[in-house]
Design a protein around this ligand. Structure first.
Ligand code: BTN
Length: 262
């Protein structure tokens, strides 16, 4: 069943936030909660507004990909934020959201979820959640939208996703309630967002590093037409991925797509 006003109230009762989730906009079906949140942002909606949909007909992933968004099983929502950082630093907000997301998911999963740079949450090497952060600007209003998709109760995926996607239910052998999970994500996101806004990005990076199993692994990183092979070392204080390339040279990456060689 689509979300009801009672669900909204239930979520809000679980929140201990000053900002995120004070306003929650519910929809049965939208093209993309990110697009709708951007529209609301441009119309002047308040910071912290959450757009939550039961299904998406054109859910967006990174790099122009689709996000599989069937009704009922998954969690699809977007949060409007107005950080004071410049648009180039929105990848830092993605890392902030990643820490919040993995910690919230681990409150519900017996099998440990880990972060894959820059924004994936994996369980047993398959993707269980993703984040798409987008900037919007127009007239007097600008800000960012943090879109979060979590595979919660899917029991199977389309053939083309079966080797890369999983759900919390599949990994934990049993279905989960979505409402406590979204409330936990929002609570964590607000906590981490304030840490970030207070200037303590270092502790976000520390927690990011602690919640990833990437480091020490041999990886391939693709950035545009370029491919780099090497070992992931850490995220530096700016949130860039440091890799030691096979040539021995250390390089810092702002963006890219990684695949593990192990
Ligand atoms: C990725 O890992 O590629 C990012 C996936 C982000 C998916 C979410 S679902 C809610 C929000 N609305 C969208 O259209 N995308 C994000």
């Amino acid at each position: 069943m689509p979300y009801s006003a009672n669900d909204q109230k239930w979520i809000q009762d679980q929140l201990n936030t000053d900002l995120i989730g004070k306003k929650i906009v519910l929809h049965d079906s939208v093209e993309s909660t990110n697009d709708l949140a951007k529209t609301l942002g441009l119309e002047g909606s308040q910071e912290g507004t959450v757009v939550l949909a039961y299904s998406q007909t054109r859910g967006k992933g990174r790099q122009g990909r689709n996000w599989h968004s069937e009704p009922h099983t998954g969690l699809y929502f977007s949060v409007l934020l107005h950080p004071t950082t410049s648009p180039e630093l929105i990848h830092q907000v993605t890392l902030v959201a990643g820490v919040a997301l993995v910690q919230a998911i681990n409150q519900f999963s017996q099998v440990r979820a880990v972060l894959k740079w820059p924004n994936d949450v994996l369980i047993n090497h398959k993707k269980v959640a993703g984040i798409l952060t987008e900037f919007y600007q127009g007239g007097d209003h600008n800000g960012i939208v943090v879109g979060i998709g979590v595979n919660v109760n899917q029991s199977r995926f389309p053939v083309e996703l079966q080797h890369i996607a999983t759900s919390l239910a599949m990994e934990n052998s049993g279905s989960l309630e979505k409402l406590p999970l979204i409330a936990a994500i929002i609570n964590q996101l607000e906590k981490k967002y304030w840490t970030f806004m207070d200037g303590d990005f270092a502790s976000i990076i520390l927690e990011w590093n602690q919640n990833s199993d990437l480091f020490g692994k041999h990886l391939t990183l693709t950035r545009g037409d370029e491919t780099f092979h090497g070992t992931a070392m850490k995220l530096n204080e700016e949130g860039q991925l440091i890799m030691e390339l096979e040539t021995g040279q250390e390089m810092a990456f702002d963006s890219g797509e990684i695949t593990s060689m192990e």
